[in-house]
Design a protein around this ligand. Sequence first.
Ligand code: PGA
Length: 250
Amino acid sequence: MRIPYIAGNWKMHKTRAEARSLAETLVRDLADVGHTVMVAPPFTAIETVAAVVSGTNILVGAQNASSALEGAHTGEVSPLMLKDLGVSVVILGHSERRHTYGETDQLINAKVATALGESLNVILCVGETLEEREAGRVDDVVRTQLEGGLAGVDRSALQRIVIAYEPVWAIGTGKTATPQDADAVHGAIRTRIAAMYDERAADELIIQYGGSVKPGNVRDLMAMENIDGALVGGASLKAETFVPIVKFNA
Ligand code: PGA
């Protein structure tokens, strides 16, 4: 049984006061939710949000982390520092990191290894650009990102990994993959994980969909066999939209 997992990626939004206010509303409105819920504030608001959600059913995530634990890495944030703030999960390989900041599969893999080594859970994002989709390369691209990101990750550590399939053309654009298209890629991801590990690992793997998830489309997406959760950007910035997404099955 895969437990639904809804995560909110706040990206570069919210001052501490704004973050506190949203976190307080979420704690109140999501208290009765049984599945997994996570919010990933910007680094500067993590401590504030962690204090609000501490002891509740809401997890605190980070949107990125360094591949190093400490040292001369100007502008980077170590997994050790994130743990110190109450972070239990890090989003790695987000398409904005890949495409705007040039992160390669090799760097993402190093980040995955460091985060896992510090007992953090990881949401590893994969997904194709519009150009790649139109060239018929979706499976190819996703396979390369999966194999690259998970290189050296052993079977037991895989249990601390969630995959987020986020087609780049659907992020922040209002365009969503149809539930059928998304499910087909999720199915291919599961098949790939079965080949890399085993059937059981593939069966247990949580695969989130991300890309313009909204209250109006979450139910149809979550109804698909291979879609186990959502990684939500824009619609996670307001309780009015994030709460109904989290409560998609209420
Ligand atoms: P979006 O972002 O929901 O605003 O499309 C999703 C994401 O980038 O994780």
